[in-house]
Write a protein that binds this ligand. Structure first.
Ligand code: FES
Length: 276
């Protein structure tokens, strides 16, 4: 059992939990994830590690309350326990020490998995700029945490309630058109956001290599079930063992988006049960 040592409600739909998990804390790297189960009968929830503290033996997860299992998890409090906290799973993000300047682009809760990658790059001596997007000011995450080490933090909101009004690709295009030289981009957020970021960075005039982090439906998280398969460069890959980070230029986003809707009806039935 894994103790929740800290819980913070970041906004109306997003919760941060710091979990006492010595094994994971000792071994995890930026980009890796864990699979969490709230109780014995619980669904397996894959969550990318948002931060870790090797001295305190803790790992931070940030999740959006989107369905039955995350609703149950959000009801837990400091001092409660999670049934399972398996990891670290997946490959560490390939963060090249040679990169001089990198742009991170996050949408909504995607700021959480971007954070450890951006932090590690900054520790390696890479200049990091980030663009964080959210529908409203309330949904923009981790601004202050990024500001501690990033050179520039740009905020974009749909309604202009924080930063500038518009989508993350608007700011990205502005920066690229202004001639800011980046060696690499890392985009993490909704599939549709990552698709549009890549559509921009892939243009011949920019040709900016872009990593994306995929979070498809997962079951075992060890490459056995095939549930998390994605097509990258025309080949089938398993996000849980080959990823979750992939070359965005090669990802079939349309297929990912189609697969993401597979269990919509079952999820709806579970939510009804919870509300009954
Ligand atoms: Fe089963 Fe990846 S979750 S193969």
């Amino acid at each position: 059992m894994y103790k929740i040592v800290k819980k913070e409600v970041l906004n109306s739909v997003v919760v941060m939990m710091e979990i006492e998990a010595p094994y994971v804390a000792a071994r995890c790297e930026a980009g890796q994830f864990v699979i969490v189960r709230v109780d014995e009968d619980g669904e397996r929830i894959p969550l990318t590690i948002a931060d870790f503290d090797r001295e305190r033996n803790t790992v931070e997860i940030i999740f959006q309350v989107v369905g039955y299992s995350t609703t149950l998890m959000a009801k837990l409090n400091e001092g409660d326990y999670l049934q399972d906290f398996v990891g670290p799973l997946g490959q560490p993000a390939p963060l090249n020490k040679e990169w001089k300047r990198v742009i991170g682009i996050a949408g909504g809760v995607g700021a959480a998995p971007l954070y450890p990658q951006a932090k590690k790059l900054a520790e390696q001596g890479t200049k990091v700029d980030v663009i964080i997007g959210g529908r409203t000011a309330e949904l923009v995450l981790l601004k202050e945490k990024f500001e501690k080490f990033c050179d520039n933090v740009y905020i974009m909101t749909d309604d202009g309630s924080l930063g500038e009004q518009g989508v993350v690709t608007k700011k990205l295009q502005e920066l690229l058109d202004a001639g800011v030289q980046y060696d690499h981009a890392i985009a993490i957020g909704p599939l549709i956001m990552m698709k549009f970021v890549v559509a921009l960075t892939k243009k011949p005039e920019y040709n900016l290599p872009t990593a994306v982090s995929l979070n498809p439906i997962m079951i075992d998280g060890t490459g056995m079930c095939g549930g998390c398969r994605v097509t990258v460069g025309g080949e089938t890959k398993f996000a849980c063992v080959d990823g979750p980070d992939f070359d965005g230029f090669e990802v079939d986003f349309d297929q990912c988006m189609k697969r993401q809707t597979f269990f919509k009806e079952e999820e709806h039935a579970c939510m009804m049960k919870l509300q009954a």
